[in-house]
Design a protein around this ligand. Structure first.
Ligand code: HEC
Ligand code: HEC
Ligand code: HEC
Ligand code: HEC
Ligand code: HEC
Ligand code: HEC
Ligand code: HEC
Ligand code: HEC
Length: 366
């Protein structure tokens, strides 16, 4: 991916030349205003971090279409834009790394219609805002998808002069400086005092959440996606940070998930009554959330971060109106990923009623 260096509001332009300290006529000066420099500048001194980071989803969150060519990804492919569009009619692709891709048209609006969202798992097209005419849904997602987002309401100019863009940004995707802050001064001084390292879960939680009250929002029988923070703080793992388990620089969904650095058994010693092979995450992190595709009514496509299992057979996963999830995993979601419910819905294992599940689940590890 090519990052463009450009002047951000009130800041000075930093070039790799200046920060690597090559001598020209004038000795390079320490910048006196903070500015973004881009991940490719960080790469010049932190190659190892960059090589892992560039395989995570973060930098692929918003991909510019250059020269009418499809953006490329380390593990996935978005083969073509929606029917009726060529790559020349698309300015940016939103996502396409982990679950799904949406598209931004030549005026900066998100493409809407019946078959305009590409789902990676099924390699199929589904609706997005089908009742909104094309050219009416603005791109206002930038605070979680770009580096250095400034919305029009906060005084930003529409990115690239496109009217559908509801703000401007330094770079598409979550770059090094999204998490570490503007890095021009550090890149010059190479001093760790000039760069931020924030290990608190509120950093990750500034994007991996859905609403300011941190309720666990749901719809259609699944928890909505990007609520990992809301889920984590709802139960006992609230004592942990995201980086207690994750490396922020490695992927947690591809290539054997090297980003999951701490295993459950690093902190817990557990024996279990369930004799058949099931991993800790099979029962404690079932796919109760959905981003793009569900397999059946118990299986979405994102692992929950609630962890706590409620063995009560009458416990409900969702509120009566279906709009929020309760802060635990019910037996149905914990077990029907493998077993089947009495109607035959679920995984490929044996049929089990809730009371049969409860009989084994209560005191599972005692
Ligand atoms: C010219 C080389 C150079 C460039 C460019 C550079 N760094 Fe560094 N960085 C260093 C050195 C050297 C250290 C170790 C400093 C120390 O230990 O005192 C470091 C340390 C760090 C640390 C660790 C800080 C800590 O508290 O332990 C972070 C985070 C970091 N850099 C991020 C970045 C980011 C983000 C960028 C791009 C905006 C970047 N660096 C660009 C040389 C560089
Ligand atoms: C500025 C917003 C933002 C911040 C801050 C952020 N994320 Fe993300 N994260 C995203 C978005 C958006 C995606 C989806 C990227 C994609 O799939 O294209 C994502 C994807 C991920 C993924 C799945 C993709 C992969 O490569 O494994 C993991 C795991 C993850 N983030 C963990 C973290 C952790 C841990 C932190 C804190 C250290 C964090 N994120 C901070 C926005 C953010
Ligand atoms: C999603 C947020 C996020 C992104 C993106 C990110 N970092 Fe980090 N980085 C962190 C966090 C959090 C830590 C502290 C990790 C810990 O202590 O467990 C860290 C630690 C570091 C460190 C020092 C400690 C170490 O692990 O060696 C360096 C150097 C660093 N990052 C450089 C980079 C560079 C360079 C990039 C881009 C190529 C980058 N980071 C992208 C969140 C991020
Ligand atoms: C509060 C932060 C936030 C906002 C606002 C947000 N997203 Fe996201 N989005 C995320 C995170 C985090 C992920 C990845 C983790 C997950 O899905 O659980 C994600 C994932 C995605 C993905 C899938 C990425 C992939 O590679 O599969 C798409 C597409 C997407 N978002 C589109 C949008 C659109 C369009 C908007 C605006 C209408 C939007 N998002 C607003 C945080 C956000
Ligand atoms: C870094 C250490 C650490 C790791 C890794 C870890 N846990 Fe925990 N876990 C804790 C702590 C601390 C608690 C809260 C205190 C306690 O109950 O011991 C906890 C509590 C729990 C609980 C009870 C939650 C509640 O709300 O009652 C469950 C279930 C659990 N962990 C499962 C897991 C699973 C499954 C994994 C792997 C995906 C895992 N843990 C990984 C440290 C860890
Ligand atoms: C106790 C350990 C633990 C903690 C704490 C933790 N995670 Fe995870 N996370 C995991 C594991 C394990 C997976 C892989 C689950 C699987 O696919 O089976 C994962 C997967 C993910 C994914 C990929 C989603 C998917 O289902 O493929 C994202 C995004 C993510 N974590 C974000 C976060 C964020 C953000 C935080 C902090 C709010 C966090 N995680 C805290 C263990 C943890
Ligand atoms: C990863 C898949 C998987 C998950 C998740 C899973 N099971 Fe199983 N379970 C199996 C398999 C495989 C068997 C043996 C063959 C069969 O019964 O289908 C089994 C057998 C059983 C049996 C009968 C044999 C025995 O060990 O007593 C019970 C009862 C049971 N599981 C309960 C549960 C409960 C309760 C949960 C959820 C808390 C659960 N299972 C989650 C795969 C799983
Ligand atoms: C077959 C499903 C299943 C598997 C596999 C499983 N658990 Fe559990 N776990 C449960 C159930 C059900 C409960 C709730 C027991 C209760 O409330 O009486 C539980 C409770 C817990 C608790 C909290 C209560 C306690 O006993 O401390 C922790 C921590 C925990 N599990 C960790 C783990 C770890 C770590 C692994 C992997 C080594 C694991 N579990 C594997 C089903 C499972």
């Amino acid at each position: 991916m090519k990052l463009l260096f450009r002047i951000v509001a009130g800041a000075i332009l930093v070039t790799p030349l200046m920060i690597t300290g090559c001598k020209k006529n004038d000795e390079p000066q320490k910048p006196d205003t903070l500015a973004y420099v881009g991940s490719e500048v960080c790469q010049t001194c932190h190659q190892d971090k960059y090589d892992n980071f560039i395989k995570t989803g973060h930098p692929y969150k918003l991909n510019k279409v250059v020269d009418g060519k499809a953006p490329t990804y380390p593990y996935s492919t978005v083969p073509n834009p929606p029917t009726g569009y060529t790559w020349n009619d698309v300015t940016y692709v939103i996502g396409g790394y982990g679950w799904k891709a949406r598209f931004i048209d030549n005026d900066g609006y998100i493409v809407t219609g019946d078959a305009v969202q590409y789902n990676l798992a099924t390699q199929g097209w589904v609706a997005y805002h089908a009742s909104d005419a094309p050219g009416t849904v603005k791109y206002n997602c930038g605070r979680c998808h770009t580096t250095g987002w400034k919305s029009v309401a906060d005084g930003g100019q529409p990115q690239d002069g496109l009217p559908g863009m509801d703000g401007e940004f330094f770079a598409g995707g979550i770059q090094c400086e999204s998490c570490h802050g503007m890095g021009n001064v550090h890149a010059f001084t190479q001093d760790k005092a000039d760069i931020t390292v924030n290990t608190d879960k509120t950093l990750c939680g500034s994007c991996h959440y859905r609403n300011e009250n941190h309720t666990i929002d749901a719809s259609g029988g699944f928890i909505k996606h990007h609520e990992q923070y809301d889920e984590l703080i709802a139960a006992g793992h609230n004592v942990l940070d995201c980086v207690s388990c994750h490396s922020p620089h490695k992927t947690s969904i591809y290539n054997g998930s090297p980003g999951v650095e701490a295993q459950c058994t690093d902190c817990h010693t557990k024996t279990q009554k369930h004799n058949a092979a099931a991993t800790c995450t099979d029962c404690h992190m079932p796919h109760i959330s959905k981003s793009a595709v569900k397999t059946n009514e118990y299986m979405g496509d994102i692992a929950t971060h609630i962890f706590k299992i409620n063995t009560d057979t009458t416990a409900a996963q969702f509120s009566t109106d279906g709009k929020t999830a309760n802060p635990y995993v019910t037996l149905a979601f914990a077990c029907y990923g493998c077993h089947k419910d009495p109607d035959g819905v679920g995984g490929s294992g044996s049929v089990k009623t809730l009371s049969e599940l409860n009989a084994l689940a209560k005191g599972m590890h005692n």
